[in-house]
Design a protein around this ligand. Structure first.
Ligand SMILES: NC(=O)c1ccc[n+]([C@@H]2O[C@H](COP(=O)([O-])OP(=O)(O)OC[C@H]3O[C@@H](n4cnc5c(N)ncnc54)[C@H](O)[C@@H]3O)[C@@H](O)[C@H]2O)c1
Ligand SMILES: [Zn+2]
Ligand SMILES: [Zn+2]
Length: 336
């Protein structure tokens, strides 16, 4: 089969592999679509602490069940989405049902071969059967959508709240979409990429070009100097780590979604005087993933504006090169 493989830093290639044989607790999936994410870019740059070459990349993907044992919740021909988290089941978090903060959390597509291939073997319990109305293309974006749902559900966002989102990458934009559904009032979102700001506008978000405007000033003006009710930091830079504190209102809560490549300096004193809280979020719970499917099934969300490219797997190199430039790409899907 064709497989999109991480070979060495800055080298991804289409390689030829044997179709994998599913173990007793796995199904064989024929992959329909797989999306590139920031974590894949970390692996691509050789910066991921766990991923080891050669590795079939891809943890955001959907497909159709090709082969499976009997008496499972999936059967041959089912359209499925893959929830790629693999938790240990033994640590304190796992034993308390909080598998997404497992002390030894692993990912399909990072710690073992993933979905940028014609076929993948996936444990049954990591498969969600898709309702008829959810397309396989949309389902390839369920994973980042679940991140956004988890983040907004963890926040204290209330109907009518003013929101500031720092960074209009796929995750920032999805948080914008979910905050809209959750009843937010005005939603400001900043970025430095004209293309991403244009998508934000298309989604009905108040796009702020951070090259010309300071989102802190814009939010302060709009809220009579008070600040946003909720701030989501999704750009992962020192500049936005400063802005998140200046943007939030007194006693507000900042949601840090970013995984910083370089540890930022956080101005704790500035937080102290206004009793600001800072929360972090990691992936999603199974419930968030199910809710993501439900929102798509109800046609409550249109993910099409986020897809910048759909490429055949043969163009894996091009896909990763495009992802290097935020002004040329947003969500890139491969179709094996
Ligand atoms: N918490 C989690 O479980 C989780 C899951 C997925 C991703 N993440 C993290 O979330 C972050 C966003 O993910 P993504 O896939 O959208 O990444 P991305 O790199 O596509 O998006 C970041 C955006 O920030 C923009 N940006 C850069 N400097 C800026 C500035 N000064 N002001 C405003 N915007 C600026 C970039 O142009 C880009 O569009 C990353 O740090 C990623 O690691 C966390
Ligand atoms: Zn991802
Ligand atoms: Zn665990």
């Amino acid at each position: 089969m064709k497989a999109g493989t991480y070979v060495s830093p800055k080298q991804v290639e289409m390689t030829e592999r044997e179709i994998p044989i599913p173990k007793a607790d796995e199904a064989l999936i024929k992959v329909s679509y797989g999306g590139i994410c920031g974590t894949d870019m970390m692996i691509y740059h050789g910066l991921h602490p766990r991923a080891e070459a050669p590795l079939i990349l891809g943890h955001e993907f959907s497909g159709v069940v090709e082969q499976v044992g009997e008496n499972q919740h999936v059967k041959k021909g089912d359209k499925v989405a893959v929830e790629p988290l693999i938790s240990c089941g033994k640590c304190a978090a796992c034993r308390n049902g909080q598998m997404h903060v497992c002390a030894k959390l692993r990912y399909i597509g990072i710690d073992k071969d993933g979905g940028f291939a014609e076929y993948a073997t996936i444990p049954f319990n990591r498969l969600h059967v898709l309702p008829e109305s959810v397309t396989e293309k949309e389902a390839a974006m369920l994973e980042p959508l679940a991140v956004a749902i988890h983040t907004v559900r963890r926040s204290k966002l209330l109907v009518g709240d003013t929101v500031a989102i720092l960074g209009a990458g796929p995750i920032g934009l999805l948080i914008g979409i979910i905050a809209q559904r959750a009843g937010a009032g005005k939603i400001f979102i900043s970025d430095v990429s004209s293309m991403r700001l244009q998508v934000a506008r298309k989604l009905g978000l108040e796009a702020i070009d951070a090259r010309d405007l300071d989102i802190v000033q814009v939010v302060k003006e709009y809220t009579n100097g008070v600040g946003a009710d909720v701030v989501f930091e999704v750009a992962g830079s020192q500049i936005t780590a400063n802005q998140m504190i200046d943007c939030i209102k007194y006693q507000g809560e900042i949601m840090v979604v970013s995984v910083y490549k370089k540890p930022p300096t956080i101005q704790l004193a500035a937080m102290h005087f206004r009793e600001i809280s800072l929360s972090t979020t990691r992936c999603y719970s199974p419930e968030d993933f199910t809710k993501a499917i439900e929102l798509l099934a109800q046609n409550k969300i249109n993910l099409d504006p986020l897809i910048s490219h759909i490429l055949p797997l043969e163009e894996i190199k091009t896909g990763f090169e495009l992802m290097e430039n935020p002004d040329q790409s947003l969500k890139i899907l491969f179709q094996p």
